[in-house]
Design a protein around this ligand. Structure first.
Ligand SMILES: [Zn+2]
Length: 66
């Protein structure tokens, strides 16, 4: 099995999802996937979300400020 460690970027706060690398904010150009390296809850297993930019291919997490 090949496992790629992808460098993950963090978007801090903000009111809308924005690619931290290229600034893309178009929803139809951003893919939301389960982040299997980031488990929020063990049982039942709930994964965090990460986002993949359709423009530059970066992956990032959105750390929402509460
Ligand atoms: Zn991007």
């Amino acid at each position: 099995m090949v496992y790629f460690m992808t460098e993950i970027l963090i978007q801090n706060g903000g009111t809308r999802l924005t690619c931290p690398k290229c600034g893309n904010y178009k929803k139809n150009m951003i893919r939301e996937v389960d982040d299997r390296d980031h488990i929020i809850n063990d049982y039942p297993v709930i994964y965090g979300k990460k986002y993949i930019c359709g423009v530059c291919g970066s992956e990032w997490r959105w750390e929402k400020q509460e």
